[in-house]
Design a protein around this ligand. Sequence first.
Ligand code: ATP
Length: 220
Amino acid sequence: MNEMSFLLQVRDLAVARGGFPVLSGLSFAVAPGQALVLRGPNGSGKTTVLRCLAGLQAPLAGEVLCAPDAVAYAAHADGLKATLTALENLRFWAGIYGIDDGEAAVARALGAFELDGLQSRLAGNLSAGQKRRLGLARLLVTGRPLWVLDEPTVSLDAASVALFATAVRAHLARGGAAVMATHIDLGLDAEVLDVSDLRATAAGLTLGSGFDGGFDEAFL
Ligand SMILES: Nc1ncnc2c1ncn2[C@@H]1O[C@H](COP(=O)(O)OP(=O)(O)OP(=O)(O)O)[C@@H](O)[C@H]1O
């Protein structure tokens, strides 16, 4: 496969968090239609890698090659406005991403995550699992090909996990791709990349030009 056919290429990536190197030597590529699952124990750096892929922090070393505006990121937080209804949240995000068929995409997103009956409820009044479903439905109104997902199934019951897996499968079938950290098996035909052995040692890495020094959080 030539280089241009990948949606994402990661080369010899090292990342830091809170001023400390976390993980180094990570390389992989993701093509349209592919899903990649990052595995590793708590604290091994999966979230930090995903933040880097989403552009929220710079690599400490290495490269992340990806088209501008390709990534839709779903973090631990659901990214919802509590005082807007479920429908208004999706319309808000469709407007932010400026997709052409906004209203149709919003309707599809509500349907895909079985949120039609909840569309008039304030997001702040949804249950944890319903909030998560709405946060994931947001992906469908971004129009972005590369989904970067951090523990997407937290708070979801089995039926909702199945809805999510269906949405990912449909995204892949449309030529999208996904990179996700998850501890559960979604039943997807996904490659698994274990980052356990990539732990950075303080001796092996220093904080260089890619590290901006301090604040590394963001409101999403
Ligand atoms: N703001 C911060 N300041 C200092 N250290 C941090 C900060 N945020 C995370 N870390 C540390 O960075 C390391 C990597 O964290 P990260 O969240 O990337 O791991 P993870 O593999 O996603 O873990 P989990 O499976 O528990 O979600 C951990 O040791 C964590 O304690």
